[in-house]
Design a protein around this ligand. Structure first.
Ligand code: SDX
Length: 432
């Protein structure tokens, strides 16, 4: 803590207070607002948390202006190039890259938890085949919150580690089972000697050739790695706020899944493909849709574009675009995914030259190309956000653990600007 401070003077009363400034390692320093109400009688007001630091965290940092992302200080490009999803999960959880023994033990703990309760399949089968998989996944998490309810001991490190491993290993298995179900395939079994990405591909697509499985597992592993964490985004903030009441971690993750589902958050990857398919099937062309997106009167937005923090190209989008190129270059020209990729590249080119997007610093985000790769792999559109949730479960449980281990851990309870009716009294109905 430094002795830097901000002085605030109340123009009405001329009272003046000092607010301490807390130094960040990366990014803006923050003003500690906790004494504002007590010492000056005001609350700070920041709908949508545009300029509010909700917590102290050591996990991930985003430089939105530069379009850069670091997990525990490591650039995402280096991790995507050299690491894998499970090693990166260890890094996020433990704030260090593992040595061979640590990685082996961690991977064994995960694979020893692959034996997910088969009753989950009955939960999945309750849903219609056309139910949205994110709703099915939420129900699966709720089942686990009931199954492990009696064990809840949030302050116990062992309980938290067991829940963490359970969640990181169960969500991918349940995701593959949901995929089996909606594709009318038998439920597949995970193999203990396979990684999370390999199991997800092998269970989801048992009929692929060995080469196809290897290529898809490699692409999925990077996609999982890129989606693993992203600071205090809406779903991670949901998991923190939900977990701050000391509820079951399975219930807190279910809450995160519900938040991620929305089209302005993780649901955008599915919305991007819907948009590209619409453009492909219409005779209007890319420019028409760009103009739709620019029209304030029109609710249409260029899905996969724009970001609350990135005011530059999302580094994850760049890496996924490269995977999309590699994947699609290997496909025949009549593959239905190629035209979508061509449309996406045209949209990107248009938008990056158009003043509306340039002036608002709207660039492709992680969701812009991910759907194309998932589609090329054969994953149904409705499952794209489940894939996102599968990966982000690592970030969610990492933040959940960090929050509980924080010396300032307490239930989150935001305040408000009340502009409703002033105090009044009840009137009997005969007098109304
Ligand atoms: C994710 O937070 C995270 O880290 C999220 C995430 C993660 O890993 O967890 O990165 C994952 O959610 C990525 C974002 C996925 N969503 C989309 O692709 C949906 C399309 N994008 C927009 O809905 C929007 O850009 C948001 C929701 C992503 C950001 O919204 P903001 O920060 O509230 O920005 P805004 O709505 O205030 O937009 C600023 C201006 C507005 O125009 P003006 O009022 O200034 O004239 O930009 C315009 C907006 O209308 N704008 C867009 C646009 N996004 C913003 N116009 C057209 N198309 C768009 N996509």
């Amino acid at each position: 803590m430094t002795n830097k401070k901000i002085i605030i003077k109340d123009g009405q009363s001329n009272n003046e207070i000092e607010l301490p400034v807390l130094d960040s390692i990366l990014g803006p320093n923050v003003v500690d607002m906790r004494s504002l109400e007590k010492n000056l009688g005001y609350l700070s007001h920041d709908p949508g948390f545009m300029a509010t630091s909700s917590c102290e965290s050591k996990i991930t940092f985003i430089d939105g202006n530069e379009g850069k992302l670091w997990y525990r200080g490591y650039p995402i490009e280096e991790l995507a190039e050299n690491s894998n999803f499970q090693e990166t999960a260890y890094l996020l959880l433990n704030d260090k890259l593992p040595n061979n023994k640590e990685l082996e033990d961690f991977s064994n703990n995960i694979s020893n938890s692959y034996n997910v309760d088969p009753s989950i399949r009955k939960i999945i089968e309750v849903f219609n085949k056309d139910s949205h998989p994110m709703a099915i996944m939420t129900a699966c998490l709720s089942y686990l919150s009931a199954k492990y309810h009696a064990e809840i001991d949030i302050k116990d490190k062992e309980y938290r580690y067991k829940s963490t491993i359970n969640l990181i290993s169960a969500v991918p298995i349940m995701s593959a089972w949901i995929l089996n179900y909606i594709l009318n395939k038998d439920f597949q079994e995970p193999k203990k000697d396979k990684s999370i990405a390999e199991n997800f591909v092998n269970m989801s697509f048992p009929d692929l050739t060995k080469e196809q499985k290897e290529m898809s597992a490699k692409a999925m592993d990077i996609i999982f790695l890129l989606h693993a964490d992203h600071e205090q985004n809406a779903s991670t903030s949901t998991v923190r706020l939900s977990g701050s009441s000391e509820t079951s971690p399975y219930a807190a993750i279910a809450a995160g899944i519900s938040t991620l589902w929305g089209p302005t958050h993780g649901g955008a990857n599915e919305a991007v493909i819907n948009m590209l398919e619409e453009i492909k099937n219409s005779d209007k062309g890319v420019e028409y849709y760009i103009n739709q997106a620019k029209d304030k009167e029109n609710s249409f937005r260029l899905m996969g574009f724009g970001h609350r923090i990135y005011k530059n190209y999302d580094p994850r989008a760049k890496i996924i675009q490269k995977i999309a190129h590699e994947y699609l270059d290997g496909l025949s020209n009549d593959n239905p995914n190629k035209p979508l990729f061509d449309i996406a590249m045209k949209l990107e080119k248009y938008a990056l030259e158009d003043d509306y997007f340039v002036s608002r610093k709207l660039y492709p985000n992680v969701d812009f190309y991910s759907g194309i790769v998932l589609k090329a792999i054969g994953i149904p559109q409705s499952m794209y956000t489940v894939v996102f949730a599968l990966a982000r479960t690592v970030g969610w449980v990492t933040h959940w653990n960090e929050m509980i281990e924080d010396k300032n851990f307490r239930i989150g309870r935001p305040r408000q600007l009340y502009t409703g009716k002033n105090k009044t009294s009840y009137k009997d109905i005969k007098d109304r």
